[in-house]
Design a protein around this ligand. Sequence first.
Ligand code: FAD
Length: 422
Amino acid sequence: MIAGAGCAGLSALWEVVHRAGHGRRIVVVDRDIEPRDDRTWSFWGPPTTPFAHLADRTWEQVHVRFPGWDSVDTLGGHRGRSGRSGRSGRSGDRRRYMRVRSHDYGAAVLDAARRSPNVEFVSADIREIRDGPDHGVVVTSAGELRAPVVFQSVRLSPDDAAAPVRHPLRQHFSGWEVHTERPVFDTDVVTLMDFDTDQHDGTAFFYVLPESPHRALVEHTMFSLEPRDRAFHDDRVGARVESMGAGSFTIERTEYGSIPMEDRLVQQRWGRHVWNLGTVGGMTKPTTGYTFQRIHAQTRHLVESWLTTDVPAPLPSAPARYRFADRTLLHILHERPELGRPIFEKLFATTSIDRVLTFLDEDSSALDDARMIARLPWRPFVAAAVAELGSGLSVGNRRRRRPAAPAEAAPPAVHAEPHLVA
Ligand SMILES: Cc1cc2nc3c(=O)[nH]c(=O)nc-3n(C[C@H](O)[C@H](O)[C@H](O)COP(=O)(O)OP(=O)(O)OC[C@H]3O[C@@H](n4cnc5c(N)ncnc54)[C@H](O)[C@@H]3O)c2cc1C
């Protein structure tokens, strides 16, 4: 069973329907099983990256900007060292920055799944998820569903929800797709981070995905403890577009989001029969919010192992140094938010954007990482690293007793037979 048909649930569905001949029945449950135009997903990789074929725009050049200087880098041909990224590629495939619209993604996956006789959809609100002795149980507004394997992307497991969080930051943002009177955008170049803006009580920057000289997604993003509301971000997006000399402009589409940036180590497994996908399965990179590619690496791994061995196997973890680097940076962004921009500035002043992206992919060499980190302001990093080591490397892992499941009246079962996914 797939509970939650957002990015991760649909990714798992795609993996299953493209592996012919397994004969398993799949039930997909979500409150809204239709393609949604509520977000765009950007990521980087070679053209063989999962879902690159759905990208409506690609770019080869990436730009960062700080008060007084900026830098543009052409993406290189790095193919990844570990294979965790779920990509495969021929030597020489250049990386590109890409964007997939959630509506195109939903339409492609649902269209493929609706042609499969093994897939059934249930539109219902999910009220409870439990791990039983023989089945995972999903209690919905339309009844109770059971399956020996449940892939869920709806909520944190009780253990994860109870785990301590030392750095509960959020990445919050609002973006406008604008059409401008005057040509102000450089179509070939993505602006990944433009820090030439007030930092408020966190780390703030603009992000620009241009489509034509007259059209772009312009986003204002912040890392901070408390998410700012949409109006706060919208004011800054509007002012930025005006300051570009765009003339009059129309807003053709908007998106607003808030993504966890936490040190909490989320488990991919809820219990014996339930697996956690996507954001609630720990696939959000805590220091960037990028999740899309990690989701596909995870679902590919889980589904492939499930179809070949009957037991889904979680995606192996990246080397521990990446997690420690994430925790150290989260510590600084939380405790010393005024250092956010200076650290990013030093990072991009001393290391190419291409190399930074490889590090963020968790596919870099330890030597390259050491060189990059050695060029950063060492005092706050040493202080944060010592504090994180002092707090215990396993603090995010510490398991608490599972709280008792809330007593809830069970709605009637909608199906005489349980929906089995095997
Ligand atoms: C606006 C926005 C833009 C983003 N852009 C990027 C990006 O550019 N690059 C990137 O890598 N990451 C991005 N992310 C982060 C991440 O990729 C997305 O949040 C992604 O959608 C996470 O996938 P998911 O399946 O874990 O969660 P979701 O896609 O949110 O899916 C969860 C599903 O569960 C369903 N659901 C939840 N509760 C219930 C319930 N009680 N009953 C029934 N159904 C329920 C929802 O309807 C939804 O379909 C973005 C996030 C947001 C919010």
